[in-house]
Design a protein around this ligand. Structure first.
Ligand SMILES: [Zn+2]
Length: 162
């Protein structure tokens, strides 16, 4: 990094602070001895999302956030939980190391986590995302949810009469 005062290329780092997402360094030019700061950021490779119609767009974490918030509206879910899911999915996506990811895969990742978090939020998301062809298909999903409900949630749901 060139000194902004004299353009000399060598500088000495006098202080370095890691602030999580970035590292701030204080530098001193070895030629004119002026001080200046630099900030270092992690740059993630660009990840493209392939939509159902084949169009591509850059991955945006905010889209996951919007989907999650919509599904979880008025549900008793602490805000931190949603952020944790966003972090989790983002990490997992980048760990795949692919340049392109289908929206379907992101949708499945979201549903998997919502299913563990909150049944109603899961169903809301799934009903939009899977766009069930008919009420029967939705009923099947509901039945599976009720049968597979963990932590005795089943007991709080009235059993369906057959
Ligand atoms: Zn200088």
């Amino acid at each position: 990094m060139k000194c902004p005062y004299c353009g000399y290329i060598e500088s000495r780092v006098t202080d370095s602070r890691d602030q999580g997402g970035s590292i701030h360094r204080r530098r001193r030019c070895e030629h004119c001895h002026q001080r200046f700061s630099t900030v270092e950021h992690v740059v993630l490779p660009e990840l493209m999302v392939v939509k159902r119609d084949g169009r591509r767009e850059p991955f945006k974490r905010e889209k996951i956030e919007t989907g999650l918030r919509r599904a979880c509206q008025k549900r008793p879910i602490p805000v931190g939980e949603l952020e944790a899911i966003e972090d989790d999915i983002e990490n997992e996506l980048y760990k795949l190391g692919k340049a392109e990811i289908e929206t379907r895969i992101i949708g499945e990742m979201l549903m998997e986590r919502l299913r563990k978090l909150d049944d109603i939020a899961y169903l809301r998301f799934a009903s939009v995302y899977r766009s069930y062809p008919d009420i029967q298909a939705m009923r099947q999903e509901l039945d599976q949810l009720i049968q597979g409900a963990p932590n005795g949630k089943k007991a709080t749901t009235a059993p369906a009469e057959e």
